[in-house]
Ligand binder design. Structure first.
Ligand code: FES
Length: 154
């Protein structure tokens, strides 16, 4: 993994050191390291001349960022009402069985994390989940098995 201080310097060089650069820089750190560490937050604050608390506030506000290490593939299962009524439970049980982790956890090899998310806007094709930025809909246990196998082999 790239040195955090070097990574932040590169991102600041790319996006600038203004306050509005904060989000793309956080995103860049997350993409590279799969989380935003305390060290990264302090470095970003220093470069942008803002408080670490402000950086922390932003890093914890957006669901696509995380201050805890996440896997390469972050699976977010919609927990909102339509998906809930359309067998979300079965989808979650299938994922937990396949990956041998519970919701909120990351596999030991740091390949997968399982999280809940709010409505993804695909209620008409529920149940739905995201794997990083990719949306998967009308899920069934079989479909979930195929999707996970595909990512396991990537
Ligand atoms: S309720 Fe799940 S996508 Fe809307």
């Amino acid at each position: 993994m790239k040195d955090t201080s070097l990574l932040v310097s590169e991102l600041v060089a790319r996006y600038g050191n203004k306050r509005e650069s904060l989000l793309p820089i956080l995103q860049g750190v997350f993409d590279e390291q799969r989380y935003v560490s305390d060290e990264a937050m302090v470095e970003i604050a220093r470069h942008l001349d803002i408080s670490s608390a402000e950086v922390y506030g932003k890093a914890t506000f957006y669901h696509f960022l995380s201050t805890k290490p996440l896997g390469k593939y972050v699976i977010r299962v919609c927990k909102t009402i339509v998906c809930d009524m359309k067998n979300k439970k079965e989808i979650v049980a299938t994922l937990e069985n396949l990956l041998k982790i519970k919701m909120g956890e990351t596999t030991n090899n740091r390949k997968f994390s399982l999280l809940y998310t709010n409505c993804l806007g695909w209620c008409h094709k529920a149940p739905a989940m995201l794997v990083n930025d990719e949306v998967y809909t009308e899920l069934t246990p079989d479909k979930v098995r195929d999707i996970v196998t595909m990512y396991k082999n990537k």
